[in-house]
Write a protein that binds this ligand. Structure first.
Ligand SMILES: Cc1cc2nc3c(=O)[nH]c(=O)nc-3n(C[C@H](O)[C@H](O)[C@H](O)COP(=O)(O)O)c2cc1C
Length: 211
């Protein structure tokens, strides 16, 4: 397979370095809104990277579900491999790639479990089958090749028959409190625009980075 000639000359947009918001969250929300207009179902898909106790990095896709001044929240199983990594080392990185906009956003920060109440709030708005799914799977554990989820699902259905599905305590959100957010906009001739916000002494400082 010849990959050498696969290349795109990026030219859709640019970063206006003269008109930057003080807060990178505000900047993120503007870009996120544009991404949602193009891909309303999966603009919130992003790559979360964690590092294990053995210093080995792993990346996987998660869905961003809440953005606010505090940070960027996704939901998962607190016993999964990513959660084990985070318990050992809360330094994580989140990466959004919105190809149609020729944009990347890279968020570096510390992941913290959100409060049980905040997880409950999100959980109760999930569709019932997703709520069941949180009970159904011991995410990241090994299961037999012929494992059949239907038996467990049937048991769960009778447990919760006529009742709301409770949130399992091992399922909830992590909020990533950002210390660095970098915005990348593809530009012609590989002269891309890169804008870095760094949180220091309670303020966000802005820097332009070479492509
Ligand atoms: C589009 C997409 C969205 C996903 N969203 C989530 C998510 O929000 N939370 C989650 O725990 N896993 C999500 N996953 C599954 C993860 O990528 C991963 O397989 C799983 O969380 C186990 O990861 P771990 O073993 O590193 O903990 C998603 C996968 C894809 C492809």
């Amino acid at each position: 397979m010849d990959l050498k000639n696969l290349r795109l000359n990026y030219k859709k947009s640019s970063i206006d370095f003269k008109n930057l918001t003080d807060s990178p969250i505000e900047f993120f929300l503007t870009w996120f809104d544009e991404a949602l207009k193009i891909n309303k179902d999966e603009a919130n898909a992003c790559i979360l990277s964690t590092v294990s106790a053995e210093n080995k990095p792993t990346s996987r896709v998660v869905l961003l579900k809440i953005v606010n001044d505090k940070g960027f929240t996704f939901f998962t199983n607190y016993k999964s491999n990513k959660s084990i990594d985070i318990q050992n080392n809360p330094n994580v990185c989140l990466n959004f790639y919105w190809g149609e906009l020729e944009r990347q956003v890279r968020i570096t920060g510390i992941a913290e479990q959100i409060s049980p109440r905040a997880s409950d709030e999100y959980f109760k708005n999930r569709p019932r089958e997703s709520q069941m799914g949180a009970w159904l799977s011991n995410q990241s554990t090994s299961i037999s090749l012929d494992y059949n989820f239907m038996d467990t699902l049937n048991k769960l259905e009778s447990t919760f028959k006529g009742k709301d599905v409770e949130r399992p305590l091992h399922w909830g959100g992590y909020c990533i409190i950002a210390t660095k957010i970098e915005f990348w906009q593809g530009r012609p001739s590989r002269l891309h625009d890169r804008l870095l916000y760094e949180f220091d002494n309670n303020v966000w400082n802005k820097k332009r980075l070479a492509p």
